[in-house]
Design a protein around this ligand. Structure first.
Ligand code: FAD
Length: 432
């Protein structure tokens, strides 16, 4: 059995195969495991999570893995009050926001995350962008804009007009609703892993015999016939009974298949572009925002950054404020030369957290869109109008080729938890 990709999905798949007595070979393009997780060590022994960082309640497989591999979690900081800026000014939460989120949760209840295309209103929701729906439903433009940035941006790393209402409802249902997805304590941003998720990926990989994992092995061809599969990575060809491709669909579509993939499956990979998020860590001598009772959690409906969080590590000196930009704003930032982008990021931090944010000791970012083995984040998204026609291909095996990766998960799709459960599901399927 061959597994392509050593992100959380590929690693979980390989571990499940090994548990069942198989001897998988994992082929990973990079010279490291962990995929969309990456830690940057700091001189004081701390670290920055440049990719995924949080886990939260109901992500049971992730908590189980943290514990099984001897790691611990710690809660996200909860000091002080959040900041909200609307139209550039301090404001209370828009009056209609809670009801709007409630309406979305009610609609999402009609969506089966294993088959969103089966919802009675699926066709209509698929052709309606979230942006159009918010404009018609939110009551006022500021609420529509703010909700769009929190939902399309904060959850999908997209602009509201890039994603369908059906994609949003699928995601809400998959992650347990708006409160679960957007929340810190009690929600998806509740806990972090000591050493970061990348440390967990390394421990998962170390549990496999070394000869079962090949790093620096980008797979470029998968051929199958009645005898089995032949998976090519450069000048190496590996043979097996079946292969699990544990990649985002956009990247899976870049492999050459023989025989070629069925048209609808290939069409799906053409219709699942990666999101666009820019995550930036600003390091300060101390978490200055706490002194005047603020949490460092700030959100806004304008400007390049949609939100910040306090990412300082407990028991370590220094403060870390982490900002996120999404969709069109993230792309606009990426178009700027380095110096101009960093100046724009500092200005945006000042707008959200005040003048003391102007001079960070360091600004640390990682461009996932430019990374050839990720090409965007947080995850792949089905384009408007495509769920109904192409959705059924998302998990359907093609002969001996099985599909994993967080995008194929039905619970916590887009998250580490979804990556793990998708890998385990694909392992069971391939063994069958
Ligand atoms: C900035 C950022 C913040 C995020 N925040 C969170 C968060 O807080 N919580 C959370 O749960 N999730 C978060 N996510 C999402 C989370 O990282 C992903 O859901 C998860 O890591 C996906 O795992 P995966 O194994 O499905 O895919 P990947 O991690 O993408 O793994 C795929 C692997 O395949 C390899 N690969 C690609 N092409 C080939 C090829 N041709 N041949 C061989 N190998 C190949 C890649 O190098 C990679 O290692 C975040 C992601 C990013 C980038």
């Amino acid at each position: 059995m061959i597994v392509v990709g050593a992100g959380f999905s590929g690693l979980a798949c390989a571990l499940a195969l090994a548990e069942a007595g198989a001897e998988p070979l994992v082929l990973e393009a990079r010279d490291r495991v962990g995929g969309r997780t990456l830690s940057r060590p700091l001189p004081d022994g701390g670290w920055l999570d440049l990719g995924a960082q949080w886990i939260g309640p109901t992500q049971d497989r992730m908590y189980a893995l943290v514990s099984a591999y001897g790691l611990e979690t710690f809660p996200s900081p909860a000091h002080g009050a959040p900041t909200l800026l609307l139209d550039g000014r301090p404001a209370a939460e828009p009056a209609g926001l809670a009801a709007l989120l409630g309406t979305l949760d009610e609609l999402a209840a009609a969506v089966d995350p294993a088959a969103p295309w089966r919802a009675a209103a699926a066709a209509e929701w698929d052709r309606t962008t979230l942006g159009c729906w918010l404009a018609a439903t939110a009551g006022d433009p500021v609420t529509a804009r703010y909700a769009g940035r929190l939902l399309a941006g904060g959850l999908l790393a997209a602009s509201p007009d890039e994603v369908s209402l059906l994609q949003m409802l699928f995601y809400l249902r998959s992650g347990g609703g708006a409160g679960s997805l957007l929340g810190m304590a009690g929600g998806a941003q509740q806990d972090r892993i000591v050493g970061g998720p990348a440390a967990l990926a390394q421990r998962m990989a170390a549990a496999l015999p070394p000869e079962w994992l090949r790093l620096g092995a980008p797979v470029d061809g998968i051929a199958q016939d009645a005898a089995g599969v032949r998976v090519r990575a450069g000048d190496q060809v590996h043979r097996g009974d079946a292969v699990v491709v544990a990649l985002a669909p956009a990247l899976a579509g870049r492999i050459r298949y023989d025989p070629p993939l069925p048209a609808l499956r290939d069409g799906l990979t053409q219709r699942m572009p990666m999101g666009a998020a820019l995550k930036v860590h600003a390091r300060y001598p101390e978490p200055f925002w706490r002194a005047d009772g603020r949490s460092g959690v700030a959100t806004t409906d304008t400007g390049p950054l949609t939100e910040t969080v306090d990412n300082s590590l407990p028991g370590r000196p220094g403060g870390v404020l982490t900002g996120f930009s999404y969709g069109a704003q993230a792309r606009a930032l990426r178009r700027l030369p380095d110096a101009a982008r960093r100046a724009a990021l500092r200005d945006a931090l000042v707008a959200l957290v005040g003048p003391a944010a102007a001079e960070p000791e360091d600004l640390v970012e990682y461009d996932w869109s430019a990374d050839p083995w990720t090409r965007g984040c947080f995850c792949g998204l089905v384009t408007p109008g495509s769920w109904c026609d192409y959705g059924p291909e998302l998990r359907a095996p093609v002969g001996r080729v099985h599909w994993a990766g967080t995008e194929t998960a039905t619970r916590w799709s887009g998250y580490l938890e979804g990556a793990v459960t998708a890998g385990e599901r694909a392992a069971a399927e391939a063994l069958d």
